[in-house]
Structures are given as C-alpha cells and as structure tokens.
Design a protein around this ligand. Structure first.
Ligand code: CA
Ligand code: CA
Length: 239
C-alpha cells in the first residue's frame, strides 16, 4: 500500500511531487517507491523509529514544509529559492558564496529534531574551507552575519560536518568521512538537546557540543555547491 505521507519516502527516493495518497509520480524518481508499508513509528508522531530521537515519546510538530509553496521563507540571495513545481528548496547555481534561507526568528525554539532529505549535485572550485557544503542551519539567531549551527555535508572533502558559525568565525564541533556521491538523495537528521547536538546525513553520524546558541530558528545553507531539499520537518523535544 502507498505511503500516506511524502515524509515516509526518505527510505527510498522522492524528488518529485509529494504524494497525495498514491505512489509518487514525480519526474525525478528513478526507482520503485512507496511499495511497502510506512516505516515503524511506535509513538505515531510521524518520525520513524530508526530516526526518532525519542522513539517512545511523542515529539510535537513545529514545522512541516514539503516546499509546495513559497510560504514564509526568507532567502539571503535569489540563488536559493523554492521550486513549487518540483516541490523542492534549491540552489541551482554554483557560486563561491554563502547562500542561506530561513523561516525568520523562532526565539522560543530550544530543543528540537530536524528531518530533511537533501541532494548535493555539484560543488565549485573555491578553496575556502567552508565551501562545498550544503545542509541545514539550526538554532539560528540571525543570518547576516551568521549566528547559527550547521549540519551539512561537504562533497569537496567527503565529510559530514557539524559546526557553529558566529560572524566570520566557524568552529567545527565534529566531522566524519562520508562516501556519498553527488546527485544522491540523503536523509538528514539533526538533534539539538540543551548544549548537545547530533548531525546525521546519509547514515554518517557526528556528535558535538557548544554553548553558543541555546535557541533559534531553522533553515538551509549552501556554499559553492548546488543542492535540493525535498522537505523539512521540525519536531519539539519536550523538557
Ligand atoms: Ca516516532
Ligand atoms: Ca518520538
């Protein structure tokens, strides 16, 4: 039976239009999708057990955006946009600059879990250590100058990186090798709980800690890389 939600497609491939209770028909799907039952979700909060930071405790939704409309997104550059027809948030031009998009301030969002599905297509030639990245930003206080955490993948150097950005300063909190290839859809999960963070992309998981930001919003960031994100969900982790 078909998945009821496009979010369950993370286990397979879903780059196209979201489900409407039937199998995917989007143009970018390359394999069989939605052929099985939804993944196990013991607490029925929408986060599959194998991704859920609290598999037996409900994590209430804060945001669920499949990028079917522009919504409230704020972009730092016209290079990042929501492609409503494809149902993705995307940067489709390689530029040696930071590109950011977010939903505006969320001063009350402290502990939460972000789920997304991202695909990095190409990276440029900038030798800046911060370049070649795409991923989510979290605990966002502001975007210009940057004050946030990043959970991203660097396809220049092949690694998943958790970092804290404050202005032009960037502190890598944790990183690990990734063998992900360009053009591959990757599940992304980010957990912020007090001062501890877990960033997992394409099955590569890193953990780090920082006291720089204790609450804030969410968004996406890229730097000298083209990418697409199929959707974003944010779930609260209750005290
Ligand atoms: Ca769950
Ligand atoms: Ca849960």
């Amino acid at each position: 039976m078909a998945d009821a939600s496009p979010m369950n497609d993370a286990a397979t491939v879903d780059a196209g239009l979201p489900d409407a209770g039937s199998p995917d028909t989007g143009p970018e799907d390359t394999g069989p999708v939605d052929t099985g039952p939804p993944p196990p979700d013991q607490d029925r909060d929408g986060i599959p057990d194998d991704e859920d930071p609290e598999p037996q405790r409900v994590n209430p939704p804060l945001l669920n955006d499949p990028f079917n409309e522009n919504g409230d997104w704020i972009f730092s550059s016209v290079s990042m946009e929501i492609d409503q027809a494809q149902g993705v948030l995307t940067v489709d031009a390689i530029e040696p600059f930071e590109r950011e998009g977010w939903i505006g301030p969320r001063g009350a969002w402290a502990d939460y879990f972000i789920r997304s599905l991202i695909r990095v297509d190409e990276v440029g030639t900038s030798d800046d250590a911060r370049s070649g990245h795409a991923g989510v930003i979290a605990r966002v206080v502001q975007v210009t100058p940057s004050r946030y955490l990043t959970c991203g993948i660097d396809l220049k150097l092949g690694r998943v990186v958790l970092a804290a950005h404050e202005g032009t300063s960037r502190t890598v909190l944790a990183e690990a090798p990734s063998s992900a290839a360009p053009g591959t859809w990757l599940k992304l999960g980010f957990t912020a709980l007090r001062n501890a963070f877990i960033c997992e992309i394409g099955g590569v998981r890193v953990e780090g800690a920082s006291a720089l930001f204790d609450a804030g919003s969410v968004g996406f960031r890229s730097y000298d890389a083209t990418f697409a994100a199929d959707w974003i969900e944010v779930y609260e982790i209750l005290p």
